[in-house]
Ligand binder design. Structure first.
Ligand code: NZQ
Ligand code: ZN
Length: 386
């Protein structure tokens, strides 16, 4: 177990009518002008927008509307939001949406209170923001766990990078499964697979000796797999959707990462793929994971074998650790097929193979991965994903 400090700044309101409990209580602590940030319109169609506006008005707030945050939010959109927040003298940001809206708001919150360019500050000067406009998050699409961390994944179209930028933590998060019920199946499944990916990427980090966080991680993985299967049978299974919503938060609230250096190599590859293709995050991960793990498992056979036994229920009898590890990766690949996720980039609809080299040349190589991959090997992995 590595040394750690754990404290969590985000207060979670989970369950039915969570917004009715959270917003009056939390907004009483904020100033008058609230920037209401959301995506391309799903919140208006589902009625969530009107409901939230009602709570804001009851609390006597003045609403500054900020619509149009796109999936895979851009740095340009961050700047637009920060300019609006300054112009209007916004006191508080309320993000209502999925990971994209929440992430965009984390960086708006930082950019709105400084004249320095956040991208330059973090990536050129390696200085991180310390003051923010306060924000809250109302989750309408679960999976990323974005509501429970201060990392925002932003696409900078100028530099052709999609990467993690550090921003604000939400002071509170509203997790009402009812707000997610209008999601289409593709997004429910890709979001839930993202949760599974976060757990795997944490589990296969270092050190390699198992700790309590890993054991909790195995439970979150089993639970995520089980509930993905349930929503596959019945998309409107509210209990399964609520279990996935909490599993998503658990994947990113730091508990599974305690005492570990995380891996997140699949994410780094997928993020750059997103930078060049704007692809769906969970789908990209589903294609990359099994291929990446076939390249990695021999470096960490013990843990891959344990993953096979504990997460996929593969019996150890009659198998070497290497055979168990291989069976676990096969079980993961079979599951991806079973839940209807793509198994290759072509199935995802990608057509321009030349992006693969650009991704391999530009993605981050992580410290926690059990094997330090070369750019050539990353290219090989990407080609096997085609
Ligand atoms: O834009 P609208 O109209 O709202 O539609 C969205 C969007 O098209 C729709 N949607 C959201 N809630 C809905 C709904 N449709 C119907 N009913 C609802 N209740 O879903 C679509 C996708 O939304 P998005 O927010 O992009 O999805 P997700 O939550 O999967 O977020 C993906 C983004 O998060 C980043 C990803 O890279 C990607 O940019 N990630 C953020 C992480 C973090 N901060 O911790 C970790 C992840 O690894 C991930 O990288
Ligand atoms: Zn993810």
């Amino acid at each position: 177990m590595k040394d750690f400090v754990y404290s969590y700044p985000t207060k979670v309101y989970f369950g039915e009518k969570a917004a009715a409990k959270a917003l009056p209580a939390e907004l009483a602590k904020t100033g008058k002008k609230v920037m209401l940030a959301y995506g391309g319109g799903s919140v208006k169609r589902s009625g969530v927008y009107d409901e939230i506006c009602g709570y804001l008005k009851e609390a006597g707030k003045e609403i500054v509307d900020f619509p149009g945050i796109m999936p895979n939010p851009t740095y340009k959109k961050v700047q637009e939001g920060a300019a609006l927040a300054r112009e209007q003298g916004v006191d508080f940001i309320l993000a209502v949406g999925g990971g994209s809206v929440i992430d965009c708001c984390k960086i708006i919150a930082a950019q709105a209170v400084t004249d320095q360019d956040i991208w330059e500050m973090e990536f050129k000067n390696h200085v991180f923001p310390t003051s923010y406009l306060p924000m809250g998050a109302v989750v309408t699409a679960s999976g990323t766990g974005a509501e429970m961390n201060n990392g925002a994944v932003i696409t900078n179209e100028e530099t052709e990078e999609k990467t993690g930028v550090l921003g604000a933590y939400a002071a509170f998060a509203v997790l009402d499964p009812a707000y997610t019920m209008s999601l289409p199946e593709k997004q429910v499944i890709s979001g839930a697979f993202d949760t599974l990916s976060h757990c795997m990427e944490t589990y296969f980090g270092s050190p390699r000796d198992i700790n309590l966080s890993d054991e909790i991680g195995e439970a979150v993985m089993r639970w995520t797999i089980r509930n993905i299967r349930l929503v596959k049978q019945d998309l409107q299974d509210k209990n399964a959707r609520s279990e996935l919503m909490w599993a998503s938060a658990m994947g990113e609230n730091g508990i599974l990462k305690i005492g570990k250096v995380t891996d997140f190599q699949a994410h780094q590859i997928e993020h750059q793929l997103g930078a060049f293709t704007n692809c769906n995050h969970g789908q990209g991960l589903a294609v990359i994971h099994p291929v990446l793990y076939r390249h990695l498992y021999k470096e960490n056979v013990g843990q891959f074998a344990r993953f096979a036994r504990e997460v996929w229920g593969i019996p150890a009898e009659g198998k070497t650790e290497e055979e168990q590890a291989e069976a676990g990766i096969r079980a993961l690949a079979d599951f991806i097929r079973e839940i209807g996720m793509p198994t290759s980039f072509t199935e995802m609809g990608l057509t321009d193979k030349s992006v693969l080299k650009k991704v391999a040349d530009t993605c981050n190589i992580t410290a926690g991965c059990c094997k330090k991959l070369s750019r050539d090997e990353i290219l090989q992995i990407l080609e096997e994903c085609w």
